[in-house]
Each structure stands twice: as structure tokens, then as C-alpha cells.
Design a protein around this ligand. Sequence first.
Ligand SMILES: *[C@@H]1O[C@H](CO)[C@@H](O)[C@H](O)[C@H]1NC(C)=O
Ligand SMILES: *[C@@H]1O[C@H](CO)[C@@H](O)[C@H](O)[C@H]1NC(C)=O
Length: 475
Amino acid sequence: MTGMKILIQSILILIAVLISTTGADEVVYAQVGDSVTLKAPPLNTQAKYVNWFLDKEGGSSLAWCNHLGGKGFISDASWKNKLELSDTSLIIRDIQQENFVTLVVTLDNQKTSSITYRLSKLTVSMDPPSPLLPGDRLSLACNTETPQHHKKPQIYWLDPKGEPIRPDKETVTKTASTQDNGTWTCVIKHDKVDKKAPISVTVVDLSPAPLQPQYTSKSTPLIIPCSIPSHISWEQIKAKGITEVHWHFFPKTSSGHISDHPVKLYSLSLGESLSWIPNQTRDLNILQDLKTGNLSLTRKQGREEDRGNYVCTMKFKNVNLNRTVEVEVLQIISSPGTNLISGQALNLTCGLGHPLPSNLQVRWSPPGQTSLPSLKSGPHPAHLTIAKVSTENGGTWACALLQDKKQLISVTIKLKIEPKLSTSMLVIICSAAVIVLLLLILVLILYRQRQRKMRHLRHQLCRCKNPKPKGFYRT
Ligand SMILES: *[C@@H]1O[C@H](CO)[C@@H](O)[C@H](O)[C@H]1NC(C)=O
Ligand SMILES: *[C@@H]1O[C@H](CO)[C@@H](O)[C@H](O)[C@H]1NC(C)=O
């Protein structure tokens, strides 16, 4: 049994060797503009010449080389600057229509060691051509001219991800979507050789919106992304008949519902030069340089009223392309305020202004000395209640929003807590006030006395200077 198997295998190998060296006949598929490398049969020690003939053995000589390094090429214009010999392999560059021929290569003109190469044209095409819009018909074709008496090769397409389209077909026809953007490849499988012919497909669309909401706060920048992928130009977009580009805002209510009444933020003027026309901008900025395709809205800081959905839209005659970006604002609310007197009740709430989704948690970081039982174990509550605040609770409180232990954003609030006046302090203050009052009275009394003394003195002086009129002198 095994002996038989080995025999069959040997015969098969022998046949393979014979085919590869004697009169092998290969089809080589190429696109216009391609380069191909054709191998000569393996050299044996006696062989001195490698000859490349057109059409058939003994036909016009296309190229030759010998064992001493000499070589020569056809002088015909259609082969000018296209041929090169690398070792004994023939390289044909930039193949044109007239170069799809049959070649025979021989060693020392021996029939036993010759190979026939049939250069066959391969065409990949797209109709209608790029660019497409999502919803347009995408139609690709891969055509080959297989020589007579040769088996048609297996032909199939690979999508831009490299996945084969089944069942195998020379054509692909489907409704274009964003995923179809990229390089499609036609694969021609024959004689265990894979020839791959790529074609680029452009589907005009906006870049994908972030899967997660954009989180912001009063101390964090707000970025609402939207962009046109860099491989798509405004010329291509205009060529597809764009009619409108704009941004709309759908505010979120405190119950977490999205309003039905959008606000138009910006619209694009599609004249000779593109420019944004502000509507109700809500202090959001947009890049006026549209060449980059960056349509994002930005602001240095978020605001409570930024919560909601932002929709970036490109309108064409038959299709609207849009992306929705959800914005959430994290904030800490302190009731009754941030300036407190120790002993007051305090409520702190950290959140997004509506009930937190179950996959999100908050984590508090109170200032240094604060220790709260509610923060000791388990998940932190969104609401903190402190029945009586003390000065130790003053300082910066931070609250982070977490998803699967990963921090999304954090915010801080500064609490100022004044100490409350105690009775002993009241006694001290009152005593001090009494002492000050007594001192004042003392000073006043002393001043009065001094003034009276002065007046008395002046009186006496007057009497010596001016002699008194006689009538007064009576004792
Ligand atoms: C768009 O511009 C904003 C602000 O200038 C920038 O933060 C953002 O990274 C840009 N986005 C892209 C995709 O270039
Ligand atoms: C704190 O919240 C509770 C209920 O959650 C409320 O009864 C109380 O009045 C609030 N206190 C302040 C100071 O806002």
C-alpha cells in the first residue's frame, strides 16, 4: 500500500518537474500600468544562452542574455524603456495595451527547457465612479481575457477590511455605505498564483460620532466633535450636490428627556468661499478654516445648560448625513450655598442634572479632615447630607464620575465654613467691650478736668495784665 503511494507521489512530482521545465504554459494577468517579472527556466551548467521570443519559439527576439553577461533587447518603439533583465528574469515595466503578448523563453534554444508566458489583460472598474454617497449603487467589475484552451481563473473580491465576498463573483453590486469606503481588491487565483488588483472606493460621509457622551464641567473645556474624513475633499462633496450644512442643539430637560425644539447654532454658506453663519451660537466656537474638514464646536468651559444632543448635518439632494453628539455636564450643587456657618445643615449633590444611568457612579474626595460614615464603605451616594457642618468640612470637595472604575471627569467645589460664636467667646467679647467703654469714659473725664483748669489759669493772667476799672474794685 505505502509503496504504491510513494510511487504515485514520485510520478506526480516527476510530472510537475517535467511541466515546469518542458513546455510549461503560463497565463500572467496584469493591469495596464503594472510591472511583471518573468522567470527563465532554471539554468543548468551547460546552458549558455537565455532567449526571449515574441509569439513563439524562433519568433522575433525580445531579449537575450548569455553566461558572459552580454545582453540585448528588441529595438521596437512599443518596448522602449520597458524591458530589463535581472539575472535571467525578464522584467516588463508599465505594461500598455500593445504589450499583452505571448512570450517564449528558452535555454540554448532547447525545446525541452522552455516556458510560454501569455500576458493577459485584467481590468478592474467602478461604475458609477467614486465618490459615492451612502445609499448610492456601488458596482465593481473585474474582467480578464483568458487565452484560449486555458482554464478560467477563480475570481473574487475582498472588501476594504480584507474579507472575501461570497459567493465568488467577478462583480460586486450593492448599496454603498460608509463601511465600503477604502480599497477593494479583486483576486485572480490560478496555477496557485494570486494576482491582486486593488481599486479605491470613496464614500462621502462624516466621521463616526463618539460612542460615549462628551463629558464637561464648569472647569473643563467643551469639545463637540464632527469632521469630514481627510480623504474627502470639499470639491468631491460639492460635486455630489450638497445643499446644506448645519449644527442643531436639542437641549436635555432635568428629567433627562431630549427636547423636540432644536436650536440652530450655525449654518454654512455654500457660496464661492465657504463660511459659517452664526445663528444662536450659545458662545460655542467653530473653526472658520474649512479646509481641514474640522466642523467641531468648542468652548473653553462647559455650562450647566450645555446638556443635550448636538447634531451636525450635511444635506444632499437625496440623502442627509448626520452625526449626533451627546453632551453631559457634571456639577456639584451645595445647598444652602458655599458660605456656611458651622452647625448648619448641608446637602451636597454630585451629578449630571438628571438621574445617573446605572453604569455610572460618583466618587467623593472630601477635604483633608472630613470623615463621613456614608463614604466609608460601598459605592458613594450622589447626595451627601451633613446634619451639622464644622470648620473641618471647609475646603475643596471633589467629585469624580466613574464608569467601570475608570474616571470620566471630575469637578470640585470650595466650601467656606465660619466658626459659630460660643458663650465663652461671647463673654470675652462683651467684657472687652465694657473695658473699652470704661476707658473711653475715663479719657473723657480727664480731658474735661484739664480744660477747666486751663480756663481758670487764663482768667488769672488776664487780671494782672489789664488793670481793672475802678468801679469794679470793691472788696
Ligand atoms: C478640531 O478642532 C478642535 C479645536 O480647534 C480640536 O480640539 C480638535 O482636535 C480638532 N479635531 C480634529 C479631528 O482635527
Ligand atoms: C437636604 O435634603 C433633605 C432631603 O434630601 C431636605 O429635607 C433638607 O431640607 C435639605 N437641606 C438643605 C439645607 O437643603
